[in-house]
Design a protein around this ligand. Structure first.
Ligand SMILES: [Zn+2]
Length: 224
């Protein structure tokens, strides 16, 4: 099973514990709502708040990068959203299949178990009559019934054990699928959040730059 490597960091603003996947480039503190870019530093990994990144309005390279990235990141967000929804549906379907499997198994086990006991008891009774009590035509009739009931008892016992066996195999497959889908969903959700934060940062950078240029009278040439 794929394990997810997590990094534990503290929010620089409120000191809350944040756990990040190694692939994450952005994160949000759930406690104080601050958004951060995850950046490598001499001490390992550091978190730089969006506000800090957006302070420098003079850097046009970042603005150009952001305005070019914005349409692509929007498409990536839509794709990641579709993947999350797909996995959520898969998880719901697998849960429903698991529930149905358990319900049908309970009914099947109950029916074959009851039938097994009834046939077994009646077959035993018939065999006793055949061996110790009956004679003539009744003996033949009882013998037929005893054989028939014995076959019924063996058949329902076989159905019972085969049902148990199949149930365990399918149950185990469903559990593995549920676990894997759960992990995939977590990973997809984390990827989606990463892209949404990137979209937010790009959007804010573009808006801020345009605002600065509008207020200072300067206009970027040929840029959106
Ligand atoms: Zn915080």
């Amino acid at each position: 099973m794929a394990s997810v490597e997590l990094k534990a960091l503290n929010c620089p603003k409120c000191s809350a514990k944040l756990s990040l996947r190694t692939s994450q480039r952005y994160c949000r503190c759930d406690f104080c709502g601050t958004n951060y870019a995850v950046q490598p530093s001499s001490r390992g990994t550091s978190l730089v708040a969006f506000e800090t990144l957006l302070k420098d309005v003079s850097d046009r390279t970042k603005y150009i990068e952001a305005s070019m990235r914005l349409p692509r990141v929007a498409a990536d967000v839509a794709e990641a959203q579709a993947k999350v929804e797909d996995l959520q549906r898969k998880l719901t379907d697998t849960n429903a299949a698991q529930l149905e499997l358990v319900n049908s198994h309970v009914t099947e086990v109950h029916n074959s178990s009851v039938l097994r006991w009834i046939c077994g008891f009646l077959a035993g009774f018939m065999w006793l009559l055949v061996i110790f009590r009956l004679e003539g035509i009744c003996w033949y009739l009882a013998l037929g019934a005893a054989v028939f009931l014995t076959i019924g008892a063996v058949h329902s016992a076989e159905r019972y054990y085969r049902g148990q066996w199949n149930f365990e195999i399918r149950q185990s497959a469903n559990c593995t699928l549920l676990e894997q889908t759960g992990l995939d969903l977590e990973s997809a959700q984390s990827h989606l959040q990463d892209l949404e934060l990137e979209q937010e940062l790009c959007g804010r950078r573009v808006r801020q730059h345009r605002y600065t240029e509008e207020t200072s009278g300067a206009r970027p040439d040929g840029l959106p």
